[in-house]
Design a protein around this ligand. Structure first.
Ligand SMILES: [Zn+2]
Ligand SMILES: [Zn+2]
Length: 430
């Protein structure tokens, strides 16, 4: 997992995007041949488990950097040039007038510094089955130019141009999608519509044709056997963490292999109905005092006494490790961080189900400034100081919290947090 110091370049706006394969959103489908038997398998964009219905092969999909897809051109034998687009999808938070605003983002944005190709692919990728880019794909794939954050900061959360460049902050990119064009006569043509690109004149065409190629990329298939004991690991199709029931271990897959994830289950005073995963995060702060629970108490003017013991007690930030609606997400991050749960470790995986981890750790770290802003008693002062704040991610741990069922609500077994069970995108899981 790669971490970078969080860039804070905003003043009155706090704008975060975390990826969200949320049910209400549009998803894309990818067609991929089974590497064992060659049968075609259709995957949803968010799925990481590759399951072949013919030969029962089960593999995990991994990638060095963002996943790369392409829209297959109907005539693959022409000299196809593939134009890159950043695929951005997630929850966006923005702070304006000291109030949080949130919404879903689901858009794609041209990933080149050159004007000419359409700035967005619109809805087209949903209408067609995509494929993973591979070394065997015919055509020339252009390297991405501007970074996703720079590209995205030029647009608001609906993909319309905006002028928030200086004040916005955007989280992870989900993937890159390539759209095919070809040269015919003097004009670049859209290979799907087979029409000239409308705003692509001679100059833009010449620039595009001289842009560098993308480095080779290939989706990676990783065995789902436990790296520790060889047992078949468990996980939902979109799970980012796989678990082994045999040796009680948890694993997340980075670029090419599974690595152990430190985790534990919290003890439940009554029998839990389900466990929900949360990331527990430590970080080093520059530009704001945040070394202890006492610092947190002062930030939020919390009704607790900052005792000498709390001056020495390390502070943890918490984030749901799964996708829920943006308002609930930030409420839980805030409440758990304020609460600083007292943790009692448990050894084995319990019998009751655990909700899959669908929010990656790197995105969880990016929620820290949002959580701090929502806790801060003096939001104006906190936001004014944010441009000088640097947050360096430190240790992390996955902690499963027990929830009991009360009518239609899930209630945290010790903290009393509640959620309507329908608010979780279980997808028929409950
Ligand atoms: Zn197969
Ligand atoms: Zn194992």
């Amino acid at each position: 997992m790669r971490f970078m110091p969080l860039k804070q370049s905003f003043s009155n706006f706090l704008h975060l995007m975390i990826s969200s394969p949320y049910n209400v959103q549009r998803t894309w489908q990818i067609e991929q041949q089974c590497p064992q038997c060659g049968a075609p398998v259709i995957l949803d964009e968010t799925e990481r488990l590759f399951l072949c219905g013919y030969c029962r092969t089960k593999l995990y999909l991994a990638s060095a950097g963002p996943f790369r897809y392409y829209i297959p051109p109907p005539l693959p034998d022409r000299g196809i040039l593939f134009i890159p687009y950043w695929r951005l999808k997630g929850l966006a938070y923005r702070m304006a007038d000291l109030e949080f605003q949130n919404r879903f983002v689901d858009t794609n944005i041209l990933a080149l510094d050159t004007a000419g190709p359409p700035t967005s692919l619109g809805l087209r990728p949903q209408a067609m089955k995509l494929r993973f880019v591979s070394a065997k794909t015919e055509g020339r794939f252009l390297a991405t130019g501007r970074l996703p954050r720079e590209a995205a900061s030029r647009f608001d959360t609906d993909g319309r141009p905006t002028h928030l460049t200086e004040q916005s902050y955007i989280g992870e990119t989900v993937s890159i999608i390539y759209a095919p064009v070809y040269l015919e006569g003097n004009f670049l043509h859209d290979a799907i519509l087979r029409k000239p690109l409308p705003d692509c004149g001679k100059e833009a065409r010449n620039t595009l044709l001289t842009l560098p190629n993308a480095a080779p990329w290939q989706v990676r298939f990783v065995s789902t056997l436990c790296p520790h004991c060889g047992w078949d690991m468990e996980g939902e199709r979109d799970a980012l963490v796989m678990t082994c029931r045999n040796c009680s271990s948890a694993w997340s897959c980075d670029e090419e292999e599974f690595r152990p994830v430190p985790f534990h289950y919290l003890k439940s005073p009554s029998e839990a109905f389900i466990y929900l995963p949360f990331w527990r995060l430590s970080a080093r702060f520059e530009g704001v005092p945040m070394d202890s629970i006492a610092d947190l108490i002062r930030l939020g003017n919390l009704p607790r006494v900052a005792t000498p013991a709390l001056e020495a007690a390390p502070v943890h930030f918490w984030s749901p490790a799964f996708k829920v609606n943006p308002a609930l997400f930030i409420r839980w991050a805030r409440q758990m961080t304020v609460f600083q749960p007292d943790e009692t470790a448990m050894g084995n995986l319990p019998k009751v189900p655990a909700h899959p981890v669908t929010l990656p750790l790197c995105e969880a770290f990016e929620t820290i400034p949002i959580t701090m802003a929502s806790i801060a008693a003096n939001k104006r002062m906190f936001l004014a100081g944010l441009p000088d704040v640097r947050i360096h991610p430190g240790e992390s741990r996955l902690v499963y919290h027990p929830f009991v069922l009360r009518q239609n609500e899930l209630v945290h077994a010790t903290m009393g947090l509640t959620v309507d069970r329908r608010a979780l995108s279980f997808g028929g899981f409950l």
